[in-house]
Ligand binder design. Structure first.
Ligand SMILES: Cc1ncc(COP(=O)(O)O)c(C=O)c1O
Length: 459
């Protein structure tokens, strides 16, 4: 395997003819620093299969989305049954799959909001179905601006909320230096990062309370008096699998509400069972004003939802809120979302996430203890990560070593992903399907362990 023109190839001739030549000649480069060195032929369960006959364990569920594994029979059946009857409709027409999923999603969100730390919150009982994570975050920010009549948006300095306009405005971890004016009114606060604390207590641990106070002192200093919303992930995934400590989100929500801002949770990666519950915010019992779900809802198909309360929905409508798109409330993907929720319940995938998550956590901790270049292991449920460093003492990040480990894993049949945009650091995001088996977790861990060993010894 070698790298040419910033890409890996398994065969030196492959890059000059055929498939890879077409890639060179015709494909617009969209930010992936390199392509996976294989032509993917098909995908099934926890594996993808290459054209040259290799079977690769997919430890990222595609782009963190194929949560039931690839081509789950129930999803295939739903598409086959729905598409011939109800493919796509005029955006003001409604169909049963859309209303059924909306009711089921809002029932789950309402049940979660009833368990709020401050007593039952106003139910999250209104939703609209959209397509991608970026789009639904744009919708949520637009909704917050309509309701508050204000425009400033706060988010973490290691955030990734997408690449459409408002979502990109609230994204700081990467893809920001495009050299043109962004959306006005964006303010960043520091991300709680326990492995690399910037505000410390007497024991050297992260003092998140002081960090949050500092963040909001900076918000107050920069605001022009038009604070609309704060958008954050319950687990900052693209920023390096950072899990804010218990208590953090309650304090964050208080800061937002004191200022008349809405709190938006972006649950692209943490909802629909990924961390063992419908929503990631359930761990903290902190109900947001708006929650967005995407990737995991469609289990690989483009489906997203924005969920909020009746009073916010009413205020937005009265303020003239519009988010009328070609694929709003489309039936085929709505039917798929309903099946996703069915399968999660029917197959007790929350339980599987708890068991396989514990197995994965134990394995990653063993790997961390056994290797000098693994500095930290963290995460929740089946969204976990390890941080690759030059050595444990210096904690110096090493994207280079992480790249080499990715290549060694791939050679051995494991697809791993470092947060792979430049500047995002050497953190592996590990997010196998919720359906993953004990043997598949063991296989992934053993390939990862062996690959780290090979890279460590070759330094
Ligand atoms: C937390 C989060 N929000 C939003 C997005 C953007 O979603 P999409 O790529 O579907 O537009 C992503 C994508 O990685 C994400 O991780």
């Amino acid at each position: 395997m070698f790298i040419d023109n910033n890409r890996w190839y398994s065969d030196p001739f492959e890059c000059r003819e055929g498939f890879w030549n077409d890639v060179d000649q015709h494909m617009l480069r969209y930010g992936a620093p390199y392509f996976t060195p294989a032509v993917i032929d098909h995908a099934s369960g926890s594996y993808v299969y290459t054209e040259d006959g290799r079977k690769i364990l997919d430890f990222t569920s595609g782009q963190m989305s194929a949560t039931l594994g690839h081509a789950h029979p129930a999803i295939v059946k739903t598409v086959q049954e729905t598409y011939p009857r109800l493919d796509h409709l005029f955006s003001a027409m409604l169909s049963r799959p859309v209303v059924n999923l909306t009711r089921r999603l809002t029932d789950a969100a309402t049940a979660a909001s009833a368990k709020d730390v401050d007593g039952p919150a106003e139910p999250l009982d209104h939703a609209v179905l959209l397509t991608t994570g970026s789009e639904v975050n744009d919708a949520a920010l637009r909704l917050a601006k309509a309701v508050t009549g204000k425009f400033e948006v706060v988010s973490f300095n290691r955030s990734w909320h997408g690449l459409t306009s408002a979502a990109a405005g609230a994204t700081y971890s990467s893809a920001r230096k495009v050299g043109v004016p962004g959306v006005p009114g964006q303010i960043a606060i520091p991300t709680p990062y326990e492995y690399r604390p910037d505000f410390t207590d007497a024991d050297g641990n992260l003092d998140w309370s002081r960090q949050l106070d500092y963040g909001f002192a900076m918000v107050d200093a920069q605001s022009v008096g038009s604070l609309a919303a704060c958008i954050v992930e319950p687990i900052v995934s693209g920023g390096g699998i950072l899990v804010p400590p218990p208590g953090y989100f309650k304090a964050l929500r208080d800061k937002c509400h004191e200022r008349g801002m809405l709190l938006i949770f972006d649950e692209a990666q943490t909802s629909m069972g990924r961390v063992g519950s419908w929503f990631g915010f359930e761990r903290d019992g902190v109900t947001p004003d708006i929650v967005t779900v995407s990737k995991t809802l469609g289990a690989g198909l483009p489906l997203a939802a924005m969920i909020t309360t009746a009073s916010i929905e009413r205020r937005a409508h009265d303020a003239g809120f519009v988010f009328y798109t070609s694929h709003v409330n489309d039936p085929v993907v709505a039917a798929v979302g309903y099946t996703v929720m069915d399968v999660i319940e029917r197959d007790d995938l929350f339980g599987n996430v708890e068991r396989r998550g514990a197995q994965l956590r134990d394995g990653l901790r063993r790997i961390m203890d056994g290797h000098e270049i693994v500095g930290d292991a963290r995460g929740r449920g089946l969204l976990q990560g390890i941080e690759i460093v030059e050595d444990k003492a210096s904690k110096m990040r090493s994207e280079h070593l992480a790249d080499l480990i990715t290549q060694e894993c791939f050679k051995r049949g494991l697809h791993m992903n470092i947060v792979c945009l430049p500047g995002m650091g050497g953190v592996f995001r590990i997010a196998p399907p919720l359906t993953v088996s004990p043997d598949e977790i063991d296989l992934g861990l053993s390939i990862l362990d062996e690959s780290i060993g090979v890279v460590e010894r070759s330094r």
